[in-house]
Design a protein around this ligand. Structure first.
Ligand code: MG
Length: 394
């Protein structure tokens, strides 16, 4: 079947997909895009042109950027997530462009140093409202990007913002109006948003296998404990005896992703057929997510995730790196928060403005915004500038 024309028209989409004609629109009214673009293409383009998107290239996924050039970064991860989601989206007649936009934006709020950085910043922010990277991604597209004369942020559509906010605590959801309502009323997001969420999981689980092997943190033998890996590993060795290790790993990971993605499409199709939702409103009101893995793949995926947690993310070499990273983030926070004069002008102004509005919470939020926006290497350099007297100010 030929791919839908680009830009996709609503007519090619399933009734349960996000149709632009039903969009809840943007916070600031704008005239429609010029004829060659759709509203969701406009969202996607704004994301790709944003400053936060360019910074993803120097932000860690699992391995700190300077540890090697071949590991995934947040940027390559985001591209891989988008690629997986787009394929599934076309297979299910969902809105491919919206799905792509959500995926490209999903990690924009990530701190430097991956989850270690986010945990450290959350700890620093404990008394000031906490820090959630998902909510920060939304904050980036809603407020922090400064590219337009008439509004702050990127002014994305409701559907794109809904997809970016994957998780949210009830306390924060209560402050988000319409966007937060689904977390309080336990409604589902659109299928495009549900898909972006699972594509993220597929991408990082499978690619962390590849990166973990490349870094020498685990071996293919150890991965034999994981059913999903073992099955494809045995098949590749049977078909290609004596195949070189690196090629073998790529073959196995490729086949793992393929199986998981095919399962996701088949399972979701069956669930949609059984439901079947007549519109995106019916998708949102449905009691559970419709985008899903089969029971078997779901549990195999969980097994893989557990393995990665125990053997890769808790490997002493990774823990040494993440501990260092947490020290850097905490030291930066402490220095800026205690003495705003250490901040560059625009961030000091933001801290004073937010402090005027919300007291210490606001002051801390501006510091967290500055730190969360840093790349790994910028955070390391800033730490040296603040704490190492021999390092000159840039
Ligand atoms: Mg991700």
């Amino acid at each position: 079947m030929p791919r839908p024309a680009d830009p996709p028209t609503d007519a090619l989409l399933a009734p349960y997909a996000c149709h632009e004609k039903d969009s809840r629109g943007r916070a600031h009214a704008e005239s429609p895009p010029a004829g060659h673009r759709t509203e969701y293409q406009r969202d996607r383009d704004r994301i790709v042109h944003s400053t936060a998107f360019r910074r993803l290239v120097y932000k860690t996924q699992v391995f700190v950027n300077h540890e090697g050039d071949l590991y995934r970064t947040r940027l390559t991860h985001s591209l891989e997530v988008a690629q997986i989601a787009r394929s599934v989206s076309v297979a299910l007649s969902l809105n491919e462009t919206l799905c792509e936009a959500i995926c490209l934006a999903h990690d924009l709020g990530h701190t430097p140093f991956g989850h270690a950085g986010q945990d450290a910043l959350n700890e620093c922010m404990r008394d000031y409202g906490g820090f959630e990277h998902n909510l920060q991604s939304l904050r980036v597209v809603d407020e922090l990007e400064e590219r337009y004369a008439e509004f702050s942020g990127l002014n994305l559509t409701f559907e794109c913002r809904e997809g970016i906010l994957k998780h949210c605590s009830a306390r924060n959801a209560a402050t988000l109006g319409e966007l937060g309502r689904r977390f309080l009323e336990r409604q589902q997001p659109s299928l495009e948003a549900q898909l972006a969420n699972l594509a993220d999981e597929i991408a990082y689980n499978n690619h962390d296998v590849d990166d973990g092997l490349r870094a020498g943190l685990v071996t293919t033998r150890e991965l034999g404990e994981v059913a999903l890996f073992a099955r494809h590993h045995a098949e590749v060795e049977r078909r290609y005896p004596g195949i070189a290790e690196r090629r073998l790993v790529h073959e196995v990971v490729r086949r793992m992703i393929n199986e998981v993605v095919t399962d996701l499409i088949d399972t979701t199709r069956a669930r949609i057929e059984a439901a079947p939702p007549a519109s995106v409103a019916a998708v949102r009101a449905y009691g559970q997510p419709l985008i899903a893995f089969s029971e078997r793949i779901h549990s195999e995926h969980r097994e893989l995730k557990r393995f990665l947690h125990e053997r890769v993310y808790r490997h002493f070499r990774v823990v040494r790196m993440t501990t260092k990273a947490q020290r850097v983030v905490k030291a930066l926070f402490r220095a800026y928060f205690d003495d705003l004069r250490l901040l560059p002008d625009e961030h000091r102004d933001a801290a004073r403005r937010l402090e005027g509005l919300a007291g210490a919470d606001g002051r801390a939020r501006a510091v967290a915004d500055y730190i969360a926006g840093m790349t790994d290497r910028y955070a390391i350099l800033e730490h040296a500038r603040l704490y190492d007297p021999s390092v000159p100010q840039g």
